[in-house]
Write a protein that binds this ligand. Structure first.
Ligand SMILES: Cc1ncc(COP(=O)(O)O)c(C=O)c1O
Length: 421
């Protein structure tokens, strides 16, 4: 019996098998081996519930949404808005008017950097980031800072990846406009203390953007409890479709932000002199053009799927898997785990390097055996450089990952070590 199933016994194991059965991709063979998919931090696989929702929308419900025209158009508008409501509940937002649909985390951050940044960043203002940020929460701020002649300050970390809150405290001042950081690092898997950072930032009047690309998929998020001002995530990292993401922001902040993109749906009574042109309010001000209705419908289906399996239960199982994986990885000679080796405050994402082995060679050797893992700079070169490397391998799990799959990976890495030593 595996460690993964032990605490809840056979019932949990049976449940994991039926959960996995919802994902046809997990039954594929790759290079003559059963696929072991360990690249879920890049994108998860999708269950039938999500692909069925997409197919059903396109085959039976498709229309350019409108609240007042023909039946199909009205249905499409209802589906789109219902999905916004599902996301609002998922994040415990105050209402659907705080949920802006985007193409993903990256676009959501660009939206804030462009729109909020255009009216709130001025010369000598400061934006605080951390050394652990993904490029998507770094480059948009570099551009925004350049446009406004503002400055970027960077919070360092301890050797194991924990953020230097003492340093944050020193960097915060009346010049700080925004602190932007990831809830969970895509390299380290470490969960950052959002509440504490929000409290500190708010004390100097700064706002806080939380990049939730790697947190929302794994454990319940309550934006009101976290106390942040912006929260962003992507559907495709939590079983939903690609090309769909979410920006949550407090409604008073959205009200004071100018449109990001402009066009139909967000603009009304348009004239050339802009005398009568007015913009939609709330989240709708930021959504120009025909919306991505299937994306919204697909994300709502993903959320419903996760909730039907019990988000808290999935998180408990994931923590057991994390504990097991870390202790097994520690046994592989010459393997260095990047980030905390203790399982507390951690998701099941594991980045590592192997002594005397090139990262790309490891990825290729694993691929030949059916394992899908990621390798490279992981869009986080400043963090890797801080840890003394420029590339790393990353194995990342999700709700459907079994302890047997992790054990197979570790056996393969150990075999590889013996072969190369
Ligand atoms: C922490 C983090 N932020 C942002 C992103 C960007 O997400 P997307 O490519 O879905 O916009 C990722 C994706 O890997 C991520 O892991």
């Amino acid at each position: 019996m595996s460690h993964y199933s032990r605490p809840a016994g056979n019932r949990a194991l049976g449940q994991l098998e039926s959960l996995r059965a919802q994902f046809p991709a997990l039954g594929e063979r790759v290079n003559d081996h059963p696929l072991v998919y360990l690249d879920s931090a890049a994108t998860t696989q999708r269950p039938r519930a999500v692909t069925d929702a997409l197919t059903h929308y396109y085959l039976r419900e498709n229309a350019n949404p409108s609240k007042s025209l023909h039946t199909l158009a009205r249905q499409s508008a209802t589906l789109y808005e219902n999905a916004r409501g599902t996301v609002a509940k998922f994040l415990n937002a105050r209402g659907p008017d705080e949920i802006v649909w985007t193409r993903g985390t990256t676009e959501a951050i660009n939206l804030v950097a462009s729109s909020w940044g255009s009216v709130n960043l001025h010369p000598s203002d400061e934006i605080i980031l951390t050394v652990t940020e993904h490029y998507s929460n770094l480059v948009p701020w570099q551009l925004a800072a350049r446009r406004a002649n503002a400055r970027i300050l960077v919070v360092d970390m301890e050797e194991d990846g924990r953020l230097r809150l003492d340093q944050l405290e020193k960097l915060l001042s009346e010049r700080t406009r925004l602190v932007a950081f990831s809830h969970v690092s895509n390299v380290l898997g470490l969960i950052n203390p959002v509440k504490e950072i929000c409290e500190r930032a708010h004390r100097v009047g700064a706002l806080v953007l939380v990049d939730g690309a790697q947190s929302a998929p794994h454990f319940p998020v309550n934006v009101q409890e976290l106390g942040c001002d912006f929260f962003v995530f992507s559907a495709h990292k939590m079983l939903g479709p690609m090309g769909t993401g979410v920006l949550w922001a407090r409604r008073e902040i959205l009200e004071n932000m100018p449109p990001y993109q402009a066009g139909s749906n967000m603009a009304h009574e348009v004239d050339f002199e802009s005398r009568s042109t007015h913009f939609a309010e709330g989240a709708w001000k930021f959504e120009a053009g025909t919306p991505n209705v299937p994306g919204a419908v697909g994300l709502a289906a993903a959320i419903e799927f996760l909730e039907s399996w019990g988000r808290k239960d999935l998180w408990i199982r994931e923590q057991e898997l994390t504990r097991h994986t870390l202790s097994a990885l520690r046994e592989v000679k010459g393997l260095r785990i990047l980030g905390p080796t203790e399982p507390t405050n951690r998701i099941s994402v594991f980045s590592f390097v192997l002594e005397k082995r090139e990262v790309l060679d490891i990825v290729k050797a694993l691929d030949a055996m059916g394992f899908a893992v990621r390798g490279g700079d992981l869009a986080s070169l400043p963090l890797l450089t801080r840890m003394g490397v420029t590339v790393a391998v990353r194995a990342s799990c999700y709700a459907y990952t079994t302890v047997e799959e992790v054990d197979q990976l570790i056996a393969e890495l150990a075999r590889d070590r013996r072969g190369s030593s």
